[in-house]
Design a protein around this ligand. Structure first.
Ligand SMILES: Cc1cc2nc3c(=O)[nH]c(=O)nc-3n(C[C@H](O)[C@H](O)[C@H](O)COP(=O)(O)O)c2cc1C
Length: 171
């Protein structure tokens, strides 16, 4: 557990090497609870979390994103967004389902980091294949695949980020 949010935010990074150690059920429950508590536009909560634990489910998911490191994770969460369940802004008809789902996804990643677990956002996957294999209907779509497991990396990557002065505009 981290002392403050900055320490937690610094500790999260995209883990691309996992140990085979299983993730304990109480840790999965903690992560899902943190995702459930995420904010969403008009509190619509237009998301579903598919926890992929079975060997068949893992094999199917791995075929949607073929990377050696992705295969190593002992657990995955697929985050779905439901367009029909989300808030749509009246002024420009913008559907907020992907924004809402993304907040929940980052709650998952930060909750996992809080428990000493690694994650990585994965969006560069075969969406149609994933929808077919996991029987995802027409109103929902998978936003990201999140591998979760104990990090096995020898060298933790250095964070490269833009400088504050490049990002902040004070008016
Ligand atoms: C929306 C989004 C999509 C991403 N998709 C992928 C992906 O498909 N594959 C991958 O290896 N990393 C993916 N990443 C991870 C980014 O490459 C990573 O977050 C970024 O380089 C910053 O590094 P850090 O997470 O270690 O701080 C994604 C991250 C985000 C936020």
């Amino acid at each position: 557990m981290y002392k403050n949010f900055l320490e937690l935010a610094k500790s999260r990074y995209s883990v691309r090497e996992y140990s085979s150690k299983e993730v304990e059920q109480d840790k999965i429950d903690y992560i899902i609870e943190c995702a459930r508590l995420a904010p969403s536009a008009v509190n619509k909560q237009p998301w579903i979390f598919i926890v992929v634990k079975s060997e068949k489910g893992k094999e199917d998911l791995r075929s949607c994103y073929s990377r050696e490191w992705f295969n190593q994770a002992p657990l995955y969460i697929i985050v779905l967004a439901n367009r029909d369940a989300a808030w749509v802004r009246a002024s420009d008809k913008k559907n907020h389902c992907d924004i809402d789902a993304s907040i929940a996804i980052e709650h998952i990643c930060l909750a996992a980091a809080d428990l000493g677990l690694g994650t990585c956002w994965v969006c560069n996957f075969d969406v149609e294949r994933c929808k077919k294999l996991f029987d995802i209907g027409t109103s929902s779509h998978p936003v990201a695949l999140i591998p979760i497991g104990y990090p096995n990396e020898k060298v933790i990557p250095v964070k490269t980020r833009k400088e504050v002065k490049e990002l902040v505009r004070v008016v």
